[in-house]
Design a protein around this ligand. Structure first.
Ligand SMILES: Nc1nc2c(c(=O)[nH]1)N[C@H]1C(S)=C(S)[C@@H](COP(=O)(O)OP(=O)(O)OC[C@H]3O[C@@H](n4cnc5c(N)ncnc54)[C@H](O)[C@@H]3O)O[C@H]1N2
Ligand code: MOO
Length: 334
C-alpha cells in the first residue's frame, strides 16, 4: 500500500466543507510562527484567502489504511515510549509532541538509544543534553515523524528501542537536599587580609539545587589544619558532602589537594578537562563526596563544579569516565 493512495489532493476552492488532515502552519518572519488551522477544522468559504496566503492551493483528504499512522498519533506513540518519571507530554501540535519536565531535577537522556532511533529514517527525537538541570516546564524532547502518514512498523521499531534496556529514554531525577560542610582555605582570608567571597557563591549554588551549607569553617594554608577540619566534619557525621575551597593550583601555599588525600579520600580525579574548572578535585571519603574547588568557581559563572554538583545532588556517584567526558565541549573560556 502506497501513501499516495491514502492521500488525495483537492484544490482549496473545491475544499469547502472538507476536514483538514493535519495542522497548517503560518510563518511571518519576525512576527509569527504557529498553527493557523488545526487538524480537524472544517474548511469554510472565508478560509480560502488565508489558505492561499500561506501557499496552500491544495489540501489533502486522508483515508488512513490499516498498518499506517497519522503524524500526530505516531509522534504521540514515540513520546509515550520515551517518557520516564518526572516527565509530562503535550498534545500533538503541527505533528510534534513535546516532553517537558514536571519537576526541578537532573535530566537523564540515553544518548545511545536516541542515536539508534534517529538512525531510522523518517522519525526524529530531538533532545536537550543529558545531566543538565531542568526547571518544571522545561522542554526536554520533541518527537515527530517526517511524512504525514507513516508505517506503524516503523513506530514499533522505535518502541522496541525504547523498551530495550528497561530504562526510560528520558527522565528527570529529583534533587536530594544535601547538607554540605564548607572549608575555606587561604591565609589571606583566614588572617582577615581580604574578605571571603567563596562562601556566598557556594551557598547560592547549593541553594539553587535545594541543598545547603550547614557550616563554613576557615583554615590557613596549612595542610594539618585542613586535614583536621575535614575529619571534624566526618566525625560529627552531619555532612553529606564536603567542599574545600582555594589552594588548588601550583603554588607552594596550595595545600588543598594534598590535604584531601591525607585525610584519607580516594581521589576519582585531581584535574578535570574543563576550562574553567580544570583544577577541581573529585573524591570520596568514607562514602561521602569531597571536592576541592579552585578559585575560578568563585569567579566564573559556569565551571566543572556546576556540571558535577547537580549530579551529586541527584544522588549519582561520579566516576573517572564522567570526568573524562567533560573535555569535549568543555571549553567555556578562561
Ligand atoms: N602557573 C599556573 N597558574 C595557575 C594555574 C596553573 O595550573 N598554573 N591554574 C589556574 C587555575 S585553573 C585556577 S582556578 C587558579 C586558582 O587556583 P587556586 O584554587 O589555587 O586559588 P588560590 O591560589 O587559592 O587563589 C586564587 C585567587 O583567589 C583569591 N581567593 C581564594 N579564596 C578566596 C576567598 N575565599 N575569598 C576571596 N578571595 C579568594 C586569592 O586571594 C587569589 O587572589 O590558579 C590559576 N593559575
Ligand atoms: O580550575 Mo581553573 O578554572 O581552570 O580557572
Amino acid at each position: 500500500m502506497k501513501h499516495d493512495s491514502m492521500l488525495e489532493e483537492v484544490p482549496v476552492e473545491q475544499a469547502v466543507g472538507m476536514v483538514l488532515a493535519h495542522d497548517l502552519t503560518q510563518i511571518i518572519p519576525g512576527k509569527f510562527k504557529g498553527r493557523l488551522f488545526k487538524k480537524g477544522h472544517v474548511i469554510r468559504e472565508e478560509d480560502i484567502p488565508a489558505l492561499l496566503s500561506i501557499g496552500k492551493e491544495h489540501i489533502y483528504t486522508l483515508r488512513l489504511q490499516q498498518g499506517y499512522l497519522h503524524e500526530d498519533e505516531a509522534a504521540l506513540r514515540m513520546a509515550k515510549a520515551a517518557q520516564g518519571a518526572g516527565v509530562t507530554l503535550t498534545e500533538p501540535h503541527e505533528g510534534k509532541v513535546t516532553l517537558k519536565s514536571a519537576i526541578h531535577g537532573l535530566v537523564k537522556i540515553d544518548k545511545d538509544r536516541i542515536d539508534q532511533v534517529n538512525s531510522l529514517d523518517q522519525v526524529i527525537m530531538s533532545t536537550v543534553k543529558t545531566n543538565t538541570v531542568a526547571e518544571p516546564g522545561r522542554s526536554l524532547m520533541g518527537t515527530r515523524v517526517i511524512p504525514l502518514v507513516i508505517e506503524e512498523d516503523r513506530i514499533m521499531a522505535v518502541e522496541r528501542i525504547a523498551a530495550s534496556t528497561g530504562q526510560p529514554l528520558v527522565e528527570v531525577k529529583p534533587f536530594r537536599p544535601l547538607r554540605a560542610g564548607l572549608i575555606t582555605t587561604g591565609s589571606e582570608v583566614f588572617k582577615g587580609r581580604i574578605e571571603d567571597k567563596f562562601g556566598p557563591v557556594v551557598r547560592n549554588k547549593l541553594a539553587a539545587l535545594g541543598s545547603e551549607v550547614i557550616e563554613q569553617r576557615f583554615a590557613p594554608d596549612d595542610s594539618e589544619t585542613i586535614v583536621q577540619e575535614i575529619r571534624r566534619f566526618l566525625e560529627e557525621d552531619r555532612a553529606d558532602l564536603i567542599l574545600v575551597t582555594g589552594g588548588m593550583s601550583v603554588d607552594p601555599d596550595d595545600r588543598t589537594p594534598g590535604a584531601i588525600k591525607r585525610a584519607g579520600a580516594s581521589v576519582v580525579s585531581y584535574g578535570s578537562p574543563m576550562l574553567p574548572g580544570s583544577m577541581l578535585l573529585m573524591g570520596y571519603l568514607d562514602g561521602i563526596p569531597i571536592m576541592g574547588l579552585p578559585g575560578c568557581v568563585m569567579h566564573d559563572p559556569y565551571t566543572s563544579f556546576d556540571v558535577l554538583l547537580p549530579r551529586i545532588c541527584a544522588g549519582e556517584t561520579i566516576t573517572r569516565a564522567d570526568i573524562t567526558e567533560l573535555g569535549y565541549g568543555g571549553l567555556y573560556g578562561c
